[in-house]
Design a protein around this ligand. Structure first.
Ligand code: D41
Length: 681
């Protein structure tokens, strides 16, 4: 901290105390805002702050512009006055595809005549570029990038950003006499969400994204407003500099370390990598972390690490040859809601879907976005004709994030949930404690029938090969299939008569349907598509009841005895089993020849392997580990993980390991897959 010239009338003890307080406050600030590791309570901080304020009030000569009490000062007279950067703020060229990065690396290698180059790599913050000038270690001016040569003076607003040091930390005689520090001002995602929520609640304009929120905050005439917006900052480089007594760094990496030592926030995600492979690997690494980061990034930046090499590469127009930005696809874009449709799912839930003006977001063209349910539409107040922010991050389903209310013309229309199912016309209902509106049509409803059939045929259910969406559409729309049981009544001829169905594929599909008849009780229960009954529950039910008829007959009390079955699930299962048409479908399926090994539980107590314990080791020729286990359990045997004296048999395949040795040691018989199968036959 600079002390003001020893002013008359200030006792030395007061001057020293003020100095101690300033340093303590800046350190607490740094620990809190930059390191995210506070070491004092808010109350302690406030106490120190007020003590310094009182001293400065009593001795105004003590006051310096870099005092922590001066972050929010008076309204500046030079707000937004033009500022000429001593060194221009260059722009970055962009790479979108791997090939662009390949070209960048090739040109760098050719320019330097090197085989392989070390690059400093860092996230590309999606904020606003600024330049801050420190003279004698003190912040004297901060400016926006502007056109790269001249920006606007936003010093007073930048001072309010707690993460920006008002003074460079370190020994005064080692600080550069002059330096322009460059970086990005941004708003953390959580602060942005809070700001938008507050604005929405107050009926004020909301921001499209954190970047716009930060831009709005930086352009406030009253720094108090900027201060209330909680901006953050990351340094990524420097402009003009006089190093003074300190040795200049030799690499970008060392420069970043220097900035960190002066207590600037720098990207924790930065790294140094070798060559093109290192760049592309970093791109994917950061891409995978992107949504989890607390701030928005729109790509990564690659910079030749060696500063002498950077200098020798020079510039093309206003962009350096030594650096490039490798962009990620935008996760959020603006588009228009053309209409709101309703889709009906397998369980009859009516899902409103926004039909969008096509927009490229998250790397794909998006034309629909889910609106989830009625409450969600009300909460976000999405209307037909609205301009909205659509988001698609990673592989998630595109979503309408928010509406730009200020873009409304007045011609927008509110959405009303239909009172009848758009597919079958049955009335819809919405149970009081649920968010979903449901069609009451059940399997009468074509949409639910299609979804139920697709689920029934899916790989983890009945596993009917060749029965995809297009096929199900035709079967349902042509009224060939009403329930899953109807599938088993289809002949090859009926299938071959379908559109785009060759004789051969009809035969294949028919064979697939036939093959699915031999299944397991677990798969069968799962395939029924009982609400809330997933694979795990299906397995628990099969194991508990052993026989389908026992399950069908179970009352709620009986169902509650099953592992992990609670009241909601028990009620749902019971309701399904009591429904007459469900019983009919089940009877028809059995009559059509759908079977499973007598009973999974009964088999356990009466199977050929009852009372025996098996250990599996190595790779078996035909059976996967899971299917071998399933098979043994179906026949009443048990499978455990380790060999003991109680083990009846070790089933060994190729590359069997230590378990084999253990078996030999304990005298446990070792058999192969064929012998296991023979025991069952
Ligand atoms: O994170 C960023 N947005 C970022 C921007 C970054 N990490 N590095 C950058 N490096 C440069 C050079 C290499 C030209 C000094 C940049 C920018 N420039 C930049 N930001 C806005 C315009 C240029």
């Amino acid at each position: 901290m600079t002390s003001p010239p020893a002013a008359a009338g200030i006792p030395a003890a007061v001057r020293d105390r003020a100095q101690v307080l300033r340093e303590a406050l800046e350190t607490h600030n740094y620990r809190y805002y930059v390191l995210d590791a506070p070491s004092v309570s808010d109350a302690e901080y406030d106490g120190l702050f007020r003590e310094l304020q009182a001293l400065e009030q009593e001795y105004p000569q003590l006051l310096t512009p870099d005092s922590p009490t001066q972050r929010v000062g008076a309204t500046p007279s030079n707000a937004f006055a033009p500022v000429t950067h001593r060194a221009p703020m260059l722009s970055l060229n962009n790479a979108f595809a791997d090939a662009d990065v390949e070209n960048f690396d090739r040109r760098v290698r050719e320019g330097l005549d090197h085989e392989s180059v070390a690059y400093a790599v860092e996230p590309k913050f999606d904020g606003l570029a600024i330049s801050m000038t420190y003279e004698g270690g003190a912040l004297v001016r901060g400016a926006t990038r502007g056109d790269g040569y001249t920006g606007e003076d936003v010093t007073a607003n930048l001072r309010t950003i707690a993460a920006i040091p008002l003074r460079l930390h370190g020994r005064a005689d080692r600080l550069p006499p002059f330096i322009e520090v460059r970086g990005e001002v941004l708003m953390l995602k959580r602060d942005f969400e809070a700001l938008n929520a507050a604005h929405a609640a107050a009926g004020e304009k909301t921001f499209v994204n954190p970047r716009n929120g930060a831009a709005g905050a930086l352009r406030q005439l009253d720094p108090k407003i900027t201060a209330s917006r909680r901006l953050h900052f990351f340094a990524y480089g420097i402009g003009a500099v006089e190093w003074g007594a300190a040795a200049p760094p030799a690499t970008h990496d060392a420069l970043m370390q220097r900035l960190a030592d002066w207590r600037f926030p720098v990207a924790a995600e930065r790294d140094v990598v070798q060559g093109l492979a290192g760049l592309l690997d970093y791109y994917r690494r950061i891409g995978a972390q992107r949504t989890a980061l607390p701030f928005e990034i729109d790509g990564v930046v690659y910079k030749v690490n060696d500063l002498a090499q950077q200098a020798s590469l020079g510039f093309v127009s206003r962009a350096p040859r030594y650096a490039i930005a490798h962009k990620f696809p935008a996760e959020e874009m603006l588009t228009e809601v053309l209409d709101i449709d309703v889709q009906v799912g397998r369980t009859g839930a009516l899902t409103p879907v926004a039909r969008l003006k096509p927009v490229f977001v998250g790397g794909v063209t998006v034309t629909n976005a889910t609106l989830h349910n009625e409450d969600e539409i009300r909460r976000k107040d999405v209307r037909i004709g609205d301009t909205v922010v659509v988001r698609r991050a990673g592989d998630v389903i595109p979503e309408v994030v928010r509406v730009l209310v200020e873009k409304r013309s007045g011609a927008e229309r509110e959405f009303a949930m239909p009172s009848q199912c758009p597919v079958c016309g049955s009335h819809v209902e919405r149970p009081e404690d649920e968010a979903a509106t449901r069609c009451t049509g059940g399997l009468v409803c074509g949409a639910q029938r299609k979804q139920a059939l697709l689920h029934f045929a899916s790989r983890r259910a009945m596993d009917i090969e060749g029965l995809g969406e297009k096929m199900v559409d035709q079967l349902v729309e042509g009224n060939l299939v009403r329930t899953p049981a109807d599938l088993y009544k289809l002949g090859v001829a009926a299938l071959a008569a379908l559109e785009r169905m060759a004789e051969k594929s009809a035969a294949n599909l028919h064979a697939g349907i036939e093959k699915s008849k031999r299944t397991t009780l677990t798969r069968f229960i799962y395939a029924l598509g009982i609400r809330h009954v997933g694979e795990t529950t299906a397995k628990d039910l099969a194991q508990h009841f052993g026989k389908l008829d026992a399950l069908l007959a179970a009352d709620e009390a009986g169902l509650l005895e099953v592992r992990d079955v609670g009241p909601v699930l028990a009620a749902s299962i019971r309701q399904f089993c009591l429904e007459k048409h469900n019983r009919q479908v089940i009877d028809e399926l059995r009559a059509a020849g759908v079977t499973w090994p007598e009973t999974e539980q009964a088999a356990k107590s009466a199977g050929r392997l009852t009372g025996m314990t098996f250990v599996l080791t190595g790779t078996l020729p035909a059976l996967s580990r899971d299917s071998a286990k399933e098979l043994i359990e179906q026949h009443g045997g048990k499978v455990t993980g380790s060999v003991s004296k109680k083990t009846s048999y070790v089933v060994a395949g190729v590359e069997a390991g230590s378990k084999l040795d253990k078996a030999e040691e304990l005298g446990v018989p070792v058999i192969d897959e064929a012998q296991l199968l023979a025991m069952i036959e």
